[in-house]
Ligand binder design. Structure first.
Ligand SMILES: Cc1ncc(C[n+]2csc(CCOP(=O)(O)OP(=O)(O)O)c2C)c(N)n1
Ligand SMILES: [Mg+2]
Length: 372
């Protein structure tokens, strides 16, 4: 488990939250207490167990591997960033792995994905190699866009991974256009369009959902609600609590999903895919998780408490998934060790590749660069 390295100030917000709520902890944005978290953990374990029993063992292994790889890879990113190997912005995905894996491992290879700047793990799940993602982070020639995009702009047309976007909410319009193109060309592709909860306050979210529902575009809008937009909690920035319900203004199908439960994420995504393939109907999924690290590597994180982070780590998606797999007797400690070892080796190989890859040649300076 990563250290909550970015949190420096220790106040009693968490305690205050439960006291204010007359001892009753409600679901949603209120902070949870440890006992309740444990109860929820047990409840989800029961539903995960049922879902695990119906899922292919090879797929379960790959899902766990991708989650562990995502975690190890991002921990390594933090380490090499601090050593000055990576320049510019660097937004980590630690704590949100069940969202990327649960959604993206439910689609087909041909389906399209577009996301925000928090994109390293999703790029790898879509098939961009860890080597090529790490080299891109290093700004090296071996990167998936030859070292010219960096952390926020992973991209692969061949693998149907369309970025990596830095303008909050910008990708929602582009993703809607991708779904429109699929429908226009009759390709049967579904688009997964990821964005953070802070992007929901942007006009483009509402315009896009209206258009997608009206024109029946095969787009699955995935709001990764990690509860913070930089240093601002959703509570302080949004008048309504439910993001999923915003879809009802457009008469669009929607679901709220627990983003700590990879099997629940997968099940909700499969339902949305069915809708999209059947008649092009879009869906809005609000998937709630928690951002363990700062907004980016340069975030001092003094707007939340260490207690708050630790409470969410009690419900860690990888720990939960492992416990369920063990209880279902699908995998044991030896398998987990092997999976972890494979993920560490893949991450180390990625770093080695990035270190050895050259910087782009000077002659590359003006190629593939668009100035609008
Ligand atoms: C249009 C626009 N406004 C402001 C910013 C600065 N900014 C970068 S990330 C961010 C917060 C976004 O939070 P959220 O959408 O919840 O995604 P998360 O970072 O939590 O994944 C802001 C305000 C920006 N990049 N684009
Ligand atoms: Mg957020």
């Amino acid at each position: 488990m990563p250290k909550a390295a970015t949190v420096t100030k220790k106040t009693s917000t968490a305690t205050k939250a439960s006291a204010n709520g007359n001892g009753k902890v409600t679901k949603g944005l209120d902070l949870v207490d440890v006992e309740l978290a444990k109860k929820e953990f047990q409840a989800r374990k029961t539903s995960q167990l049922a879902a695990i029993k119906k899922t292919d063992k090879g797929l379960l292994r790959e899902m766990l591997y991708q989650m562990v790889l995502g975690r190890k890879f991002e921990e390594k990113c933090a380490e090499v960033y601090r050593m000055g190997k990576i320049g510019g912005f660097c937004h980590l995905y630690i704590g949100q792995e069940a969202i990327g894996v649960g959604t993206m491992m439910a689609i087909d290879k041909k389906d399209m994905v577009i996301t925000s700047y928090r994109d390293h793990v999703q790029a790898m799940i879509k098939g961009i190699s860890p080597e090529s993602v790490m080299a891109e982070l290093y700004g090296k020639e071996g990167g998936c866009v030859k070292g010219k995009g960096g952390s926020m702009h992973m991209f692969s047309k061949e693998l149907e991974f369309y970025g990596g976007h830095g303008i909050v909410g910008g990708q929602i319009g582009v993703g809607t256009g991708m779904a429109y193109a699929a429908k226009y060309k009759g390709t049967d592709q579904v688009t997964l369009c990821f964005f953070g909860e802070a992007a929901v306050n942007q006009g483009i979210f509402h315009e896009s959902l209206n258009m997608a529902q009206l024109w029946k575009l095969p787009c699955i809008y995935i709001c990764e609600n990690n509860q913070y937009g930089m240093g601002t909690s959703q509570k302080r920035a949004m008048s309504s609590r439910s993001i999923a319900k915003k879809a009802e203004a457009f008469e669009m199908a929607n679901e709220f999903v627990d983003g700590m439960d990879v099997m629940a994420v997968r099940a909700a995504t499969l339902r949305a895919i069915e809708r999209a393939r059947k008649d092009g109907s879009p869906t809005l999924l609000e998937i709630r998780a928690y951002r363990y690290m700062g907004h980016s590597m340069s975030d001092p994180g003094n707007y939340r408490t260490r207690d708050e982070i630790l409470k969410y780590q009690e419900r860690d998606p990888i720990v939960l998934f492992k416990e369920s797999l063990k209880e279902a007797k699908v995998f044991g400690d030896k398998d987990f060790e092997k999976i972890e070892q494979e993920a560490i080796e893949a991450t180390d190989a990625a770093v080695k590749f990035a270190e050895e890859s050259p910087y782009p040649a000077e002659s590359e300076l003006f190629t593939d660069v668009l100035v609008a």
